[in-house]
Structure formats: C-alpha cells, structure tokens
Design a protein around this ligand. Structure first.
Ligand SMILES: [Fe+2]
Length: 478
C-alpha cells in the first residue's frame, strides 16, 4: 500500500484500521473459567482495507470484519476474517480504494461506479435457520461459513428478495422461529420505499410487503410484539439531489416529526397506522410487547442524532447533552383514535447498544444490558453509538435501577451480550469487549449477569486491539 491512512480520528488511536485476519488458539483466561455452554459469539464491525478515496471518511465506512470467540468445554479460540464482498475483492485486486464516501455511490471511481456492488456488510453478525449472515442496512446480506468464516456469497433468499436492502437489526421470534426484518431505501438510494419481510423457521422468505415512508428517514432498528410490527422513522433524512452532488447521505432535520408505523403481524401493511411526535432520534430498540391493543416500545432515545458526523439542517452545532440516548418507553393504544402516544424515561443513566435475553424478544421482560456513558468520567470516543461507553450496565426496567461496572480511567466497552445458562431471565453471563486505551489492546470481560458491579468473573486476555465491532450474536453449539 503506497497511500497511508489519514491522520484523522476515524483512522487513528483505537479506531486505527486493524486489517488483521487472526487465528488465536486457546485464548488466555484470567479468573474463574466461565461455565458457558459450548457455543460461539460472532461479532461484525467495520475495518477499512484501504484509505478513503477522498481524503477522509467516517469510521463506520469500513469493510466488514467478522470475528468469533468459540467456547468449547471451558476453552476459548478466536478467529477473524474479512467478508469477501465484491467491493473488497475489487479493491484488493486494484490494491487501493475504489469506492468513495459513506453511502454515496456518486463519489465512486468510474471503474466501479454502478458496475460493482458497493455493499460493505459491516454492522451485525446474525444467525437464523442455520445461516450466519453479515448485515448492513444499506445493502443485502452476505452469508459466511460459521466455522471457517469463509465468505459463501451474497444472500438474497434464493433470488426471492425484492428489497435492495436488509436491516442490520432483524428480530428472531423465539416462539415461531421466524426471522422478521425490513429494508428501507428498498427501491434504491433515497427512496421512501420500506419493505417488511418474514423468513420462516426453515429460512425461506415467505412474505414481503412494501409501504411508503413520509420522507426518506433513517430506520436503523424496529420492534416486534406477539401481535404487531413497529417501524419508527426518524428525521435524519437522505435527499437524492444532495447525494448526487457529492454531499452527505444523511442530514438531521428536526423540524420534521418522528413517525412510527404500526401494523398487525396477521394482516400486514394494509392495516398500517402512523403515529407521530416532534422530531427526535433513536438507533436501538431494547424490546417491545403488547397487552391486547396496548403496545409498549422501549428504546434508547435522544433529542438529536447522536453521531457527531451527521449535521443538523439548521446549522445548529452538535450538543452532547442533546445526544444523550436515554432508555425510554413509548406506549401506543391501538384501540384509540389519533396519532399520539405516551412517553416516559426508564432510568436516569444513558447509553446505547442495549441487549436483552433474546428468549424474551417481543414479550414482557425486566432486564437489559448496555454500554453506559457517565459524562463525569473519562470518555475515550465520541458519540454514544460510536462507543464512548465507560461502564457496562444492567438496567431493571421495573425499578429503573442500574447495576454498573467501571473498569478504570483508561478503558471503555463495546456492545455487551447476554448468554443464558438457565431459564431465569438474568441467569447467565454478560460478555463485553473491554478496550484498554492506554495499552492499545482489548480484553473480553465475562460478567455474572446477576452481579455486574462485581466486575468480570473471568477475563479473556487478548494480545491485540479489537477495532470496534458494532453488533454480535451468541449461537449455542447445539
Ligand atoms: Fe445498530
């Protein structure tokens, strides 16, 4: 490589590209060997293979790096591999970056523009019906081999999928075995098309219905309950003219309302109702459920888009206080007319990347785990969603109480995940990558989910730094 990475925040420090494909056999375990079931923690994140085409780019604009911690009889092995997308292979052949700015195909090199799929699939490792998928919301998935992490290829449910995109936040229904998902910009870049889809327990695409959003807003996550589908649309807006002119994909316009589409799972989008509130933002749903016509939706909500690189249409400067993502409950009454809903905060701490015991997806639940930001303590990365978590937290949504662990002034955390070891909702372990900013190195903390503040019961000590992986999943060996 003759062109170095830029000396900018997206490419330096803990966000410096790693570019390492690793096989680390028998990871060093400090403390009690965790009594986890045999299984694998898959994670996916952006790791740029080459420097940006046009000077600088966002840290999330990187090639998908799939990694896994495999737990076998008390031992742990680690592996990471790039997802060999068409884009990755084209750039590897050229030995340079060919694709332009984040979500802007009009900035691509003419040799690939409109000719090579620009999918990076760098956000979520997802498991359904025996398949490991690499997901990013602006493109279709890639399938990856669950043992070798070799790329199997682009995945579109045997050619059945019409949507050009699939969310990085599908939901697996623990009762039916279905995977429910959606795609926005489903008909192409900056379109208002949203596709809602269902794959059955065998992994066959059995349903795809489209509807129109009020504007082309960001739809990062959604929720299901036993009876309903909830798709919130936030006023972080894509405009084709701006993108065509080489501008940003996203600009936040808080003069527009936040819209929430709700429709019954049984009858689908023909019975869709829109609710609304003043403009705000959320990236991540915690969980949702319904009691008859009353729907409860819990998510991490902020007043503005919490990513500092997404500007405000009005020119308002980035305000970290307004970017704080507070766990918040929205309550909808499907038996009442109107388009408003109730709202209340669930706890006094804020943070993001919330995860629950996924056996309770779409059902009543009590606990979730997330990266927590305490602004009075050192923060090593900006924006709640881009990291910057200085605590691992467990929140009790019945009491609002937070059980927190703070490592030290030089560490931060990536997305925690819950691994059940018994039937109880918090009976199990929480796994979270601990980034040591003073050592250019990462570990994995293994926490007792019933006592987070005790600190890790075991630490998987790694000899290298793990660049941010966005989202992962746990898959039992059985
Ligand atoms: Fe996400």
């Amino acid at each position: 490589m003759t062109k170095p990475f830029p000396d900018s925040p997206s490419y330096t420090g803990h966000d410096a590209p790693s570019r390492l494909e690793v096989d680390l056999f028998d990871v060093e375990i400090i403390g009690e060997p965790p009594r986890l079931p045999n299984g694998t923690w898959y994670r996916l994140g952006p790791d740029p293979q080459y420097p940006p085409l046009h000077g600088d780019d966002f840290f999330i604009s990187g090639d998908g790096m799939m990694s896994m911690f495999r737990f076998t009889d008390g031992y742990v092995d680690y592996k990471s591999r790039y997802v060999r997308t068409e884009r990755f292979l084209a750039e590897r052949k050229a030995r340079r970056r060919l694709f332009g700015d984040y979500r802007n195909p009009f900035t691509d090199d003419p040799s690939v523009r409109g000719k090579v799929d620009r999918a990076q699939v760098n956000t979520t490792a997802w498991w359904h019906a025996g398949r490991l998928l690499a997901l990013k919301e602006d493109s279709r998935p890639y399938q990856v081999h669950p043992d070798t992490l070799d790329t199997i290829g682009r995945f579109d449910w045997n050619g059945k999928l019409r949507s050009e995109t699939v969310t990085a936040h599908p939901k697996n229904d623990p009762e039916t075995g279905e995977m429910l998902f959606f795609g926005y910009e489903a008909g192409g870049i900056a379109t208002t098309d949203i596709a809602f889809c269902v794959a059955n327990e065998k992994g066959e695409l059995v349903r795809e219905e489209w509807f129109q959003a009020p504007y082309c807003g960001m739809v990062h996550d959604f929720a299901i309950t036993r009876d309903y589908v909830i798709i919130p649309v936030y006023p972080t807006i894509a405009k084709l003219d701006r993108i065509k002119a080489g501008g940003l994909h996203w600009v936040s316009d808080l003069s527009q309302p936040t819209w929430v589409a709700i429709f019954p799972r049984k009858t689908g989008v023909k019975d869709l109702r829109w609710f609304r509130r003043p403009g705000c933002h959320s990236y991540h749903v915690i969980n949702a459920w319904n009691e008859g016509p009353r729907i409860y939706l819990d998510q991490c909500v902020s007043e503005i888009n919490p990513f500092p690189f997404i500007p405000d249409e009005s020119g308002a400067p980035y305000d970290p206080r307004k970017a704080a993502t507070y766990p918040t409950r929205w309550i909808f009454d499907m038996s009442a007319p109107g388009d408003t809903f109730e709202e209340r905060r669930l706890t006094n701490v804020f943070g993001d990347v919330p995860r629950i015991d996924e056996r309770r997806t779409g059902a009543p639940y009590r606990y979730f785990y997330m990266g927590v930001v305490d602004p009075t303590k050192p923060i090593h990365k900006s924006g709640p969603v881009g990291g910057g978590f200085n605590h691992v937290g467990k929140i009790d949504v019945q009491t609002g109480k937070a059980d927190l662990w703070y490592g030290d002034d030089n560490c931060g955390f990536q997305e925690p995940i819950f691994v059940p070891t018994g039937p109880g909702e918090d009976e199990g372990y929480v796994l979270a990558v601990i980034d040591h900013y003073d050592q250019n190195r990462s570990d994995v903390g293994v926490f007792d989910a019933r006592n987070i503040s005790r600190g890790p019961v075991a630490t998987l000590r790694l000899p290298m730094r793990l660049r941010l992986a966005v989202h992962g999943c746990w898959v039992n060996a059985t």
